[in-house]
Design a protein around this ligand. Structure first.
Ligand code: SF4
Length: 750
């Protein structure tokens, strides 16, 4: 394959998000890869009540659906699944693993849908076709041959349906392990930990109506224009209802500034809707200091809800006794006291405040105390369990929250006794490996079988070299996938690809067409019905794959075959085992139902003392030597996690390229660099290992001073495996200390 030369065109960043350009781009993808007929059919069914849930992000659907209930990136996600391109046996015969290893993640993805089960036998450099029966026999045989079930890893990506996730955790636990690492470990684990410890539940406390009716919306460490685009419609509605918006981010993302809603005249021919009323260009990792300062200013001004504090919280005195060091605050945030004071005014004046956040908060060393500081500010004002107020971690993957609710977690779920009773099995109680521990176990030879339910572990994980070497030394790797990606190329000694149906595709079983369910970021559980013909007659559904493996490995003590024939039988079991799912089958009709959330529903807290907890958090500033910079990895607008749809990032002015590093013009000058120059990035950490990522084009950009940004998965090579968030073990991908050197390729060419 002729590789694309990564030499991007660069222009000024955009000041508006979406617009007619968004529609045009979305249609180009939707009608391009799948073809006009298949693409149109898909676009008419995405996020419709009788259609399928968008496999993109976890932003909720409104109760009243429009004809076009999707965004540009939803169209890209569906097009990726509905593509005509096929990675079939002929493709794998033509392209060896050694050759495929030289392809970029974008080029691998363009190969399309994997059409048949494939095996790479030990010593071979090619995948070859295999029957399903033989494939399951290989997996079961390898698992049975392990000395200990804890030498196996059952990884889950957040696209897996509730039904498949419930069976997958049942399989792993009945087999004898809690090794259920998942993508949540790398994204919102810090949110789950901080919220569970302070309000008694690891989920957000707001609904879509709350967003529409908030007085103040604070968007911190999140880029909704790219990662949750239909959130902009909700922000527009909130603005029309009089809301204020405070945006906090090292980068002035277009989706925080102005929204041109292409479904409104104002968005097509007018100026769109101005979003952020105030923007704080906070330094990476400075959010804890920022919210500690806002809390102090609110207390100073007496802008606190004493009645709520007295009645519903504990720990206030210890929290309020903390002395704030403003020098530390201004150093950590890169902001002035005046700028922070403006933000505190907005909190103080708001009758109902929601704080929304994403990865920009959760992938730092101090992410857990940072989120706890946000909880402190909201508790100060009594902003929980009130209309238009609350805490809103916005999830990435479309069902990552549902998977956790279904027990995809390395810690045995609180309903494990019920699970044992329901299936007459005994489940291990020792916590298993989270994602970083799973990588350590593969590196150290303590894990020998890796099974991936969706996702792209090789590219989404930190410390790419270590992760990929760990996968390659496994005796067996199994990838349950839709499209080709790097994890198929980073194969174990024996490797299997088990191609599964996508969420867009009709899933017909013995009892007819099946429905699956998902849970969005606001705890709404709803049905998804595949509507497109499957990409290949050889595909099996996620449920069928897990059930056939369960049967092959464990026999029929658990009725795997019945589960495949009719998914209602799975939901019956879930209804009896998982709290909040009683009457499951009836409640998923129509727009679905919202799971209980005590703080949201009744201002009650399922904590040790039944109160919400203020916390006193120690503030520490990330120490960056003068001639070093702080790097964050991020997505381009043409990407969803490690799936690269295209090579443009139109909101940031990047065209046809990915190896760019965004840097403040003053830092470009201070480091003796020039815009457009090629550089290598080397991360530095206490283990004194130099991790390199090479040949990036310097792009002068209005990013916070001392901070730089580049895309992942390219940047994941710079993230040390053992550099994780305290308390959540999430890789620190948003504040990596780097040095920048002229690119070796350029130096060599001189
Ligand atoms: S906002 Fe998210 S879920 Fe909704 S259509 Fe866009 S990508 Fe899909």
């Amino acid at each position: 394959m002729a590789h694309h030369e990564d030499d991007p065109e660069v222009s000024a960043p955009a000041k508006d998000a979406a617009g007619v350009q968004g529609v045009w781009t979305g249609m180009r993808y939707a009608l391009g890869k799948p073809g006009v007929a298949r693409g149109s059919r898909a676009m008419l069914r995405i996020n419709q009540v009788d259609g399928f849930d968008c496999p993109g992000c976890a932003w909720p659907e409104p109760a009243q659906r429009g004809h076009f209930e999707f965004c540009e990136n939803g169209a890209k996600a569906v097009a990726e699944e509905a593509t005509k391109h096929r990675a079939d046996p002929a493709f794998f015969a033509q392209h060896s693993l050694s050759e495929l290893a030289t392809w970029t993640d974008y080029e691998l993805g363009r190969a399309g849908r994997i059409s048949q089960p494939m095996v790479r036998r030990e010593g071979s450099d090619h995948y070859e076709a295999i029957s399903w029966g033989d494939a399951f026999a290989i997996v079961a045989d390898n698992l049975r041959r392990l000395d200990d079930p804890n030498e196996a890893l059952f990884y889950t990506s957040g696209r897996t349906s509730n039904e498949a996730a419930f069976l997958y955790q049942l399989l792993a636990r009945a087999y004898g392990t809690n090794n259920l690492p998942d993508c949540s470990n790398m994204c919102h684990e810090s949110s789950s930990v901080a919220l569970s410890e302070t309000i008694g539940i690891g989920k957000g406390s707001v609904t879509l109506d709350d967003i529409h009716n908030a007085g103040l919306l604070v968007i911190v460490g999140q880029n909704p224009g790219t990662n949750h685009p239909r959130m902009l419609t909700a922000l527009e509605k909130a603005k029309r209802n009089g809301a204020q918006i405070l945006a906090i981010n090292p980068m002035p993302e277009a989706g925080l500034l102005n929204f041109k809603n292409p479904q409104t005249p104002r968005g097509v021919i007018g100026g769109g809707t101005h979003l952020a009323d105030a923007f704080l260009p906070v330094r990476m990792g400075g959010d804890q200091a920022l919210f500690a300062a806002i809390g102090a200013l609110l207390r100073e001004r007496g802008a606190v809800d004493h009645e709520f504090i007295a009645h519903s919280t504990t720990g206030y005195d210890e929290y309020a006794a903390g002395q704030l060091d403003w020098d530390q605050v201004t150093k950590a945030t890169g902001l002035t006291r005046e700028e922070i004071s403006v933000a505190a005014d907005m909190f103080a004046d708001s009758p109902a405040t929601i704080v929304c956040w994403a990865m920009g908060l959760t992938q730092h060393r101090d992410s857990v105390p940072t989120i706890k500081e946000i909880v402190n500010v909201q508790l100060l004002r009594g902003m929980i369990g009130l209309p238009g107020a609350g805490l809103c971690p916005v999830r990435g993957h479309s069902n990552v929250q549902g998977d956790r609710t279904m027990g995809i977690w390395e810690v045995p779920p609180p309903w494990t006794d019920a699970l044992e009773r329901e299936f007459d099995i005994s489940v291990p109680r020792e916590p298993g490996f989270h994602t970083v521990d799973a990588i350590r176990a593969m590196r150290d030879g303590r894990a020998k079988v890796f099974i991936g339910m969706g996702g792209n572990f090789a590219s989404s994980s930190p410390d790419s070299e270590v992760t990929q070497a760990g996968l390659q030394q496994c005796e067996l790797t199994v990838q349950i996938s839709t499209t080709l990606n790097r994890s198929h190329v980073t194969a174990g000694r024996t490797a299997l690809i088990l191609p599964t149906k996508g969420r867009t595709e009709r899933d017909t079983q013995a009892a007819g067409d099946q429905v699956v369910t998902v849970e969005d970021s606001m705890s709404c559980v709803h049905a998804s019905r595949g509507r497109l013909e499957p990409a290949s007659p050889f595909l099996l559904s996620e449920v069928a794959i897990v059930s056939r493996l369960g049967h092959e490995l464990l026999g029929d003590h658990i009725p795997w075959r019945i589960f495949t024939e009719d998914y209602r039988s799975i939901r019956e079991r879930i209804a009896r085992v998982v709290p909040g799912f009683a009457d499951y089958e009836r409640r998923i009709r129509g727009i679905g139902f919202t799971l209980p959330h005590p703080p949201r529903d009744t201002r009650s807290f399922d904590t040790t003392d039944g109160k919400a907890h203020f916390t006193a958090n120690t503030l520490s500033v990330i120490d960056v030597p003068d001639d070093r910079l702080l790097l964050q990895s991020l997505r381009s607008h043409d990407q969803y996690n490690t799936t690269i749809y295209g090579l443009d990032d139109r909101y940031r002015g990047i065209k046809q390229g990915r190896r760019v590093v965004f840097m403040h013009p003053d830092d470009v000058a201070a480091h003796g660099l020039t815009d457009g120059q090629r550089v290598d990035l080397i991360s530095e950490w206490k283990d004194r290992v130099d991790r390199r990522a090479e040949n990036f084009r310097v792009v002068s950009y209005p990013i916070a001073r001392g901070c730089v940004a580049t895309y992942f998965p390219e940047a994941n090579a710079l993230v040390p495996l053992d550099h994780t968030a305290k308390g959540s073990h999430t890789p620190v991908s948003k504040s990596v200390v780097v040095r920048v050197e002229p690119a070796a390729v350029e130096v060599a060419a001189r």
